[in-house]
Design a protein around this ligand. Structure first.
Ligand code: ACO
Length: 428
């Protein structure tokens, strides 16, 4: 890991001075290393939501939220979305470098040949109610993989990484088929990764089904755009769970749980719900912009704002143009897309949004694209999980191999009652 220790920061606390080393990143970001602060001074730093706290040094993804920059292993997201494939990006994130042709062929082969589920795992699906949220099913099934594929030495861990990448899409498609009461469609080795997922989702045994190229290309691009986003809520969860020595499956299962929340991966579902609500109420988007600005109204414009991006999310731009192309090629006319465009225009011209640097995020248009692909709203966050999986794996692997890793264990500032005597119940 490339970081140079230069200079120090000085903290003055209760009259004493503490020299704190700096960690300078590749792009000159500065981290003040407070590792020894508590042992030397008794004080800790307080940062609810960790907005100002670096939990690790990482060589995977670089984001400059002010300038709208996102790079995986140094490669700009726009170039990868245009020229690469999701499988190649998985290899890049997990292994650190782009593969040679032989390495890519071998990786593809493994991802194909490990995509079948253990037949016994199908019985789990029978136990879930048809109404089960697919994210709950996915998280539970990934946790259950620990039982079928126990962890072991490095070779076993590498095989489990392949298994997880190969099988998650099968688990996702089976969860969907279960929810609509259709028979499961098994993965086929002749398909590409993304094509195979769409096939297991939409094929039915009684009919021939060919995955349209435009859908395969659009989904592959969407998966690339979601593949990593440095220390976000779910990636930090994966690292935190993994820091205790928990298995890859246990760590990623927890990450899926974190992603399911409406403020994280669940936002694309919320965007569609919001657009539907506006549509059903007559399509007046400006009324909803006013609602979002009203501090007494809990309503927020879903798909707007980001903890890190204070500029246009580079992924949102790419998705927006792809949504236009897919709808055009499939000959679809989605009224929600028009509402989304109006909402974006109205918000981008409004002082409230300008002053707070609230721009559309990746979720704003991804929901419309998923709808165009025929994916039900409940599956949107599952799609996000499939895309984010290589990022979680890369983060987990980096955490594991980093000598600086200790079990994640934040401190707190206690603000509860001071010591007091217990009062028996009859005296209260
Ligand atoms: N609509 C209206 N106002 C908003 C919105 C929004 N979507 N987002 C933020 N604001 C306002 C807040 O009310 C606050 O205003 P104030 O300063 O007057 O109090 C200000 O902008 C700052 O907002 P915070 O909540 O402090 O920003 P934070 O970084 O904590 O939250 C978040 C970021 C959670 C993404 C937030 O913008 C939000 O809730 N957006 C909608 C949900 C969403 O789209 N989430 C997806 C994120 S992307 C992802 O996870 C892949």
């Amino acid at each position: 890991m490339e970081s140079v220790q230069t200079d120090t920061a000085t903290l003055t606390l209760n009259g004493a001075e503490y020299e704190l080393p700096l960690s300078i990143g590749t792009e000159d970001e500065v981290g003040v290393d407070i590792n020894t602060l508590r042992s030397e001074s008794g004080a800790i730093t307080l940062d609810p939501g960790y907005g100002n706290t670096g939990s690790c040094e990482s060589a995977i993804t670089f984001i400059n939220g002010e300038e709208g920059v996102l790079r995986y292993r140094g490669y700009p997201i726009g170039e990868l979305a245009e020229k690469s494939s999701f499988v190649e990006v998985c290899y890049l994130l997990i292994n650190g470098e782009l593969p040679t042709q032989d390495e890519l062929d071998d990786f593809r082969h493994k991802l194909t040949y490990h995509s079948l589920l253990h037949e016994d795992m199908k019985k789990f699906f029978e136990g879930y109610p048809p109404s089960a949220p697919p994210m709950s099913v996915l998280s539970a099934m990934v946790a259950a993989m620990s039982a079928y594929y126990p962890t072991g030495d490095e070779e076993v861990v590498d095989l489990n990484i392949i298994r997880l990448l190969a099988k998650l899409k099968t688990l996702a498609a089976f969860a969907y088929k279960k929810s609509i009461g259709q028979p499961y469609v098994y993965p086929q080795n002749r398909h590409s990764y993304t094509e195979d997922f769409l096939h297991t989702m939409f094929a039915v045994p009684s009919e021939d089904y060919e995955v349209p190229d435009v859908l395969e290309e659009a989904l592959d691009m969407l998966l690339i755009l979601h593949a990593d986003h440095e220390q976000n809520c779910s990636a930090s969860t994966v690292r935190m769970v993994g820091s205790s020595g928990a298995s890859l499956f246990a760590s990623v299962s927890a990450g899926i749980g974190a992603l399911s929340g409406p403020l994280h991966g669940g936002a694309n579902t919320e965007v569609i719900r919001m657009l539907e609500e506006i549509h059903e109420a007559g399509g007046d988007s400006s009324k909803y912009v006013e609602k979002a600005k009203d501090s007494d109204d809990p309503f927020r414009l879903m798909g707007f704002g980001h903890r890190v991006y204070k500029n246009m999310d580079p992924r949102a731009e790419i998705i927006k143009s792809t949504a236009d192309r897919v709808l055009d090629e499939l000959g679809l006319d989605d009224p929600l897309l028009d509402i989304a465009r109006h909402l974006e225009e109205a918000a981008l011209e409004d002082d409230y949004f300008i002053e707070r640097s609230l721009y559309p995020n990746v979720d704003f248009y991804s929901g419309i694209l998923y709808r165009a692909m025929g994916l039900p709203t409940e599956m949107f966050t599952v799609m996000f999980s499939m895309g984010r999986l290589p990022g979680w794996i890369a983060q987990w692997k980096e955490m594991r191999n980093d000598e600086a890793t200790r079990i994640y264990r934040p401190r707190q500032v206690y603000v509860g009652a001071a010591e007091r005597d217990y009062t028996p119940i009859e005296q209260r």
